[in-house]
Structure formats: C-alpha cells, structure tokens
Write a protein that binds this ligand. Structure first.
Ligand SMILES: *Cc1c(COP(=O)(O)O)cnc(C)c1O
Length: 425
C-alpha cells in the first residue's frame, strides 16, 4: 500500500478468505489459553498475543497499525484520550527529576497537564514561544532535559511549529522531539518526514471526525537511537525489574521499544485503555479522513477569505491565507492546507461577539472542534467568562475572538450563516 488515501481506507487490516470485510470488534476483556506455560510466555513478553484487554486488544491494535502506517511510523498504540496519549508519550521517557522543553502555544489541556499535574509528579518544564530565537530555544535546555514537545498546528492559537528547527535543537541535545499532530493529521503533515521522533494524536478530533468517540494515539518513528543516549533513557536501556528484567531497547529494537514500554508499563499501571468499540468508530472515521480533510481546509479558507473582506471583522487568523504570521511555515509544512479551524475578531468586542454567537443558525455553539459539523466558540462569554478583557489578553485570547471549526457542509451555507449572524448583531 503506497498512497496515504489507500492506507486511510484499507490500512492495518487485510482479511483472509471468508473473513469479515469490516474490522471485527473483539469485545472481550480476556483471552483463553490451553496451558499456563503459553500464557506465562505472553506475560514475560516472550511471545506475542493477547491476554487482557487493558494491555492490548486485537481491534485496538488493528486501528493502531493503520495510524502507524498513516504517519510512516514503526509502531503505535491507542489510548482512551488525547490527554492520556500526551501524558504517556512524555512520562514514558521523563519522570521525577527530569525536565522537558515545550512550546508555549500548545492546547490548554496539555499545558495544564504539564504545568500543574506533571510538575506535582516531579517533572519540570520550560515553555518557549513557537517563534522564539535559536538562542532562546538553546537556553531552555538543561542537563536533565529528556524531550522537546510541540504541536504541528497549535489548538487554538493556530501557530505552526517549525518542526525541523525544533527537531534539530532536540537532537543536538540527544533527546527526541514529540509532536502532537492532532490538527494537521497525517493527511496534511507527517512530522517524521521533518525529523520528529514521536507523534501523538487526540483522535477525538479529525481522525474520528464525527464527534463520536474520545481517544488518543501514540506513534513511534523508530528512528530515535535510545542506546546512543543510554544514560539519558535508563527506562529503555536498562532492565525493567517490573517486567522480568527485560531491556526494551535491546529486546524490541529501536522500532518497537518505545511503544512496548508504554504498553507494558504505563498501560498496565494507569489503564487508559480505549474500548474496542471506540476503536471501531475511530476506524470508520479514518476511512474517510483524506476526503474530509480536503473539504475542511477548502471550507475554512473560503470562510476566512469572506471574513477578510467583511468590514465588520477586525482580524482573521488562518495559516493558509497569505499575510498570516505563519503563512511561510504553513506553506512548508502544510502544502495541502492546514485544518478546518480558524479564528477571527468581531468589531464591537465582547458584546458584539456574544450577539454574533446567539445569531448563528447552522454553526453550533460547542467547545469541541474538528468534526464534520461546523461549530463556533466565543471564549470570552463561555470557557473564559470569569476573566476581564485585560486578563484575556494575557492568556492570548482577545475578548472579540471567535473560534470557528469549519465542517464539511457547503462553504456557501457556512458563509451565509456567518453573514446573517453579523447582519443581526
Ligand atoms: C483535544 C486535544 C487534546 C486532548 O485530547 P482529548 O482527546 O480531548 O483528551 C490534545 N491535544 C490537542 C492538540 C487537542 O486538540
């Protein structure tokens, strides 16, 4: 299977003669064996197979294999949410006493996970602006730095990560670059091709695409050489006493060590397992991902172009539009388009923006983004309503800001909805 469109539809699952055409939902917590010895081999990671769905399940593995192929990686795992994927991806190599460099415009949930919860676990973070200078990026590293983290397209700031620059800095310090590729999806950007080492996803967004199942994924490029930086990554390069002394980087190679460790240790201990049925729903979404992403991008660009021409709109942010602060980066990393999410300011500030929201007919008011149906959010009157205009600016969200997630409806209908909502302010 060569082309990504074909992988979307058929990747991960090749049924044999007389087998189900659609992936089977293996809704079973456990698996039966004839002898204790056979099961013991699975427990010891001496043989591959299934024994308990908290660790691995055939339906989830089928879908993970498709996502690995989409990203061009060597191994992947599903998690119960995007939050779990980012937590596992970082905690798999950075624990108490370690440090991580992260880009500051990342998703608020991830920022909180790092800045509050993981700090309580003893992991230290330094945040750098996506457009920081090379010197500022360099200065963020410490002797105990274990990873660099960023988002291809930041949610909702829509900043584009200069993946090559961040990868180069990470590799110069002997650590991997982890990229959350949720908004771009592998259809629009494959971070491994630009030097990223680990990719994460909130599959809840475009991959599922229908607002039906919360989920996450982690993919390994198989390229980062843990053994060459043995002292930095003892969890991968020294025996795991909780797993019969297995050394992941030796036993599973560079291509399998990261995901095997995250499954054997983190999934075993934290249990953030997706249900086989959620994996099945995710797979249905993946089958049309390439078709949907194209339409999401076309619609977002059409709506953004309209907004730019309307004098009642003060500013528009869409990386695909010439003049956007990250247009050059979008051209380089996202030549097919960025995503369906745009943001803009309504003349008249907080009041006008909240009346605009009330007038929308087609676009629903939701905190969600990235599904087939269009939706809008006005943070100043909802998620951030307790903040003053000044506090909002400090958080990088202006009082007039509307975030719009353009679905795959008719662009004309979306523009007309926005137009009538402005007319009626
Ligand atoms: C939504 C989101 C997450 C969190 O994912 P959940 O599936 O909601 O847990 C992480 N990263 C990005 C970029 C997101 O948009």
């Amino acid at each position: 299977m060569q082309n990504i469109e074909t992988i979307c539809v058929q990747g991960g699952y090749m049924p044999g003669n007389g087998e189900p055409r659609q992936i089977p939902i293996v809704q079973s917590t456990t698996f039966k064996y004839s002898t204790g010895e056979e099961m013991a081999k699975l427990f010891d990671l001496e043989a591959t197979g299934y024994f308990y769905s908290r660790l691995q399940n055939p339906t989830c593995d089928t879908v993970a294999a498709k996502i690995a192929a989409l990203e061009g990686g060597t191994a992947a795992m599903l998690t119960s949410s995007g939050q779990a994927a980012n937590f596992f991806a970082v905690f798999n190599i950075a624990s108490c006493g370690d440090h991580v460099v992260a880009e500051s415009s990342i998703y608020g949930g991830t920022f909180n996970l790092f800045n509050v919860t993981m700090r309580k676990m003893g992991v230290d973070f330094t945040f750098v602006a996506p457009d920081c200078t090379d010197e500022e990026l360099e200065a963020a590293f410490k002797p105990n730095t274990k990873a660099v983290f960023g988002e291809t397209i930041a949610n909702p700031a829509l900043r584009i990560l200069d993946i090559e620059r961040f990868a180069k800095a990470a590799h110069a310090h002997g650590v991997p670059l982890i990229v959350d590729n949720t908004f771009a999806t592998p259809i629009n950007c494959r971070p491994f091709e630009f030097g990223a080492d680990i990719v994460t996803h909130s599959t809840t967004k475009y991959m599922d695409g229908h607002g039906s199942a919360v989920g996450g994924a982690i993919v390994d490029s198989g390229k980062f050489d843990w053994i060459a930086h043995k002292d930095k990554f003892p969890g991968l390069t020294t025996p795991d006493e909780s797993y019969h002394g297995v050394t992941y980087a030796e036993k599973f190679g560079l291509e399998g060590a990261f995901i095997t460790k995250a499954t054997a240790q983190l999934m075993r201990d934290f249990g953030s397992t997706p249900s086989p049925f959620s994996a099945y729903l995710l797979n249905l979404g993946l089958e049309s991902l390439h078709v949907r992403m194209q339409r999401h991008c076309e619609n977002a660009k059409a709506v953004a172009e309209y907004l730019k021409s309307d004098p009642r709109i003060t500013w528009v942010s869409c990386p695909d539009l010439e003049g956007d602060r990250d247009y050059a980066l979008a051209k380089k990393y996202l030549p097919k388009g960025s995503c369906g999410v745009i943001s803009f300011g309504v003349k008249g500030g907080r009041e006008a923006a909240s009346r605009f929201m009330a007038n929308l007919k087609l676009c629903a008011i939701e905190t969600h983004v990235a599904d087939a149906r269009s939706c809008c959010l006005h943070p100043a009157s909802t998620t951030h309503r307790q903040m003053s205009d000044e506090e909002l600016l400090g958080a990088g969200v202006s009082a007039d800001l509307i975030r719009m997630s353009c679905g795959i409806e008719s662009a004309e209908d979306l523009i007309n909805d926005v137009k009538q909502a402005l007319d009626n302010i």
